[in-house]
Design a protein around this ligand. Structure first.
Ligand code: PRP
Length: 183
């Protein structure tokens, strides 16, 4: 079964629920006079974005962009590509980018630059997971669910070769799964 491939649960379903409640309340407070444009970066954002928005008590627009840099492996290539762009104008909008993870920060710093160049009024970032040990450039997200060690994680949107996104928690994959050795 899929769950047998997980060595250890790093962020449990209960913890994720608490994070969504807490960040949702904070975002509701911080954007109370605004109508933010929430932008999810596909595909990893899906579970977190769908749970987080239920705890944001504001009028919001929701949009999705496809951005890819990992190309299915376990290390970022640093090559960020927009493969599906926004249908909504970003001009003068208060944008909140929703991410599952900030690792090297290549993706998010590229997207911040793109959105600012398109005339956004403000651009902030909420990420479920922050992995500061993976950084290739200095960057701190505005809203962080939890900080994790520099390990490869899957689940709750995060994949390995497109699998494991449907795990209800974030976990560490057994090394045997990607090194073809028995554990
Ligand atoms: C993952 C994740 C972030 C990005 C973070 O996306 O969803 O967008 O990598 O990594 P970075 O900080 O090193 O740039 P990925 O490109 O794997 O696409 P996916 O969401 O479709 O899995």
């Amino acid at each position: 079964m899929m769950k047998d491939d997980i060595e250890e649960i790093l962020v449990s379903e209960t913890q994720i629920r608490e994070i969504c409640i807490q960040l949702g309340a904070q975002i509701t407070h911080d954007y109370q006079d605004k109508k933010p444009l929430l932008i999810g970066l596909l595909k990893g954002c899906i579970p977190f974005m769908s749970d987080l928005v239920k705890h944001i008590d504001l009028y919001v627009d929701m949009e999705y962009l496809s951005v890819s840099s990992y190309h299915g492996g376990i290390a970022s290539t640093g090559d960020v590509k927009i493969t599906k762009d926004s249908d909504i104008s970003l001009k003068n909008r208060d944008i909140l980018i929703i991410e599952d993870i900030v690792d090297t920060a290549n993706t998010i710093t590229t997207m911040l630059e793109v959105f600012k160049n398109r005339g956004a009024n403000s651009v902030k970032v909420v990420t479920l997971l922050d992995k500061p040990g993976g950084r290739l450039k200095p960057y701190t997200p505005d809203y962080i669910g939890t900080t994790i060690p520099n390990q490869f994680v899957v689940g709750y949107g995060l994949d390995y070769n497109e699998l494991y996104r449907n795990l209800p928690y974030v976990g560490i994959l057994k090394k045997a799964v990607y090194s073809n050795k028995e554990s």
